[in-house]
Write a protein of this length. Sequence first.
Length: 142
Amino acid sequence: MKKQNNAGINGWKRKVLVITLLFFISALAGTCAFAAGGELPPADSFRPDADSFDAAGVIVSVIVFIAGIAASVYFAIGMIKVVVKDVKELVSGEASLKDKQSRFMAIGVAFIILLLVITGKWYDVLSVIWNKLCLPIINKLS
């Protein structure tokens, strides 16, 4: 009984803390907007320029290289588990395809990431997502 009461009090304290922080952040934003003449900055200040992506090219290449290594390791371990364990269970009738669906999907995603890294097409995918999805949303919001 005591644990339930403490859990309710802790949940209540968290809610009050979150509401207080939201109020504080709103008041701070309102104060800053009032100090800036009552207006928000122009929408262009929130849009990244195209040159900033060129500067991050090296960092992105390193991240993609690490993602490729992680995907290849995960893909290799997943394939070994599928061949050794899952196929045996499926053939013997101990498991169904629905039970193994999450592992097959994870191996598929790792394979797609691995192919994107090996072929170098990850940038094209990133570019399409940015140009066709993110920029229209940013333009509609501003």
